[in-house]
Design a binder for this molecule. Structure first.
Ligand code: C2E
Ligand code: MG
Ligand code: MG
Ligand code: MG
Length: 294
């Protein structure tokens, strides 16, 4: 990659460059209309109890069903939506659709008490209107507040002013759960974390990746496992739940369970799937538990 060589400038001609730039500007200009045309879809990924094997929650993950390019993942457009500010409208759609789907699961399978976990972009969380938006999404969908979890990254929790978001306490007062996403990849201020109304830490994938399929650590000294151990203890000391992200193998799931991690999410427990597939799983069409999504 020529770009890496220079000070942010292209040192040599890169035939891919123009194609990439067109793609980027095309996506930016197409985003607003795509929202109006209903081209975004939500997939839901199971979050499973490591002890019981039951599906306790699902994370809503947005995809763009592009008419020509096919299904586009969020890594391709969430950043653009944040830069252009469209994330506020897109995020509100995600929130409302997630609440509607989760209300359906609650009505159909009340005993499952399935929680829906929705990502909030920093820009969305920073907007004081977020509290009213969440309250309205709950009211219009009829979803009980305790069945909604909001995921914020460490930087979103800290907000643009460098202080924890004021909205967090007001959101928690609505009765929704708050989770810190990708925990361990940002800069968390433990003094704040202690005082914030957070319910759950989601351990970032790279720590879990360090627990290899054959049970040995990548660095052969179990360093990542010891980090996970420490983070789980930290979370439990703060009376928080822990979800491990990116659990891909049975060995990882077993190690995480031994480390007292509460819940896991990842390909081992099930890939992100349509709302209908989640309904099937609640109905028991897919056996719940370890490896159920494979
Ligand atoms: P995230 O919130 O950390 O979501 C978890 C990501 O890990 C998802 O990627 C998921 O598909 C992926 N994943 C699932 N299982 C595994 C596994 O076993 N191994 C590995 N390595 N990865 C796994 P996805 O769907 O591409 O989403 C990427 C990111 O885009 C999300 O990361 C989240 O930050 C963002 N995103 C997705 N939907 C939304 C949304 O509605 N709003 C906002 N603001 N951000 C969103
Ligand atoms: Mg992706
Ligand atoms: Mg997330
Ligand atoms: Mg995450």
């Amino acid at each position: 990659w020529a770009k890496a060589a220079g000070r942010g400038r292209w040192a040599v001609y890169d035939p891919d460059r123009s194609a990439r730039d067109i793609a980027r500007s095309t996506l930016v200009s197409e985003l607003p209309a795509a929202l109006d045309r209903g081209e975004f879809v939500l997939h839901y990924q199971p979050i499973v109890s490591l002890l019981e094997g039951t599906m306790l929650a699902v994370e809503a993950l947005v995809r763009w069903q592009h008419p020509e390019l096919g299904l586009i993942g969020p890594d391709q457009f969430i950043g653009l939506a944040e830069e252009t500010g469209l994330i506020v409208r897109l995020g509100e759609w995600v929130l409302r659709q997630s609440c509607r789907d989760a209300q359906g699961w609650w009505r159909g399978f009340p005993d499952a008490r399935l929680v829906v976990s929705v990502n909030l972009a920093g820009r969305q969380a920073d907007d004081p209107a977020i509290v009213d938006t969440v309250a309205d999404a709950l009211r219009t969908s009829g979803l009980p507040a305790e069945l909604l979890q909001l995921e914020l990254t460490e930087s979103a929790v800290m907000g643009s002013a460098g202080e924890p978001l004021r909205s967090l306490h007001r959101l928690a007062a609505l009765g929704v759960r708050l989770a810190v996403d990708d925990f361990g990849t940002g800069y968390s201020n433990l003094a704040y974390l202690r005082r914030l109304p957070i319910h759950c830490l989601k351990l970032a994938g790279p720590f879990v990746e360090g627990i290899r399929a054959d049970g040995t650590d990548v660095a052969a000294d179990h360093r990542d496992e010891r980090i996970v151990d420490a983070l789980v203890r930290l979370a439990h000391a703060l009376e928080l739940w822990v979800t491990a992200e990116a659990v891909e193998t049975e060995v990882q799931a077993e190690r995480l369970r031994a480390l007292r991690c509460d819940t896991g999410q990842g390909l081992y427990f099930g890939a992100p799937a349509s709302a209908e597939r989640i309904t099937d799983r609640l109905r028991g069409a897919t056996p719940a538990g370890f490896g159920a999504g494979r």
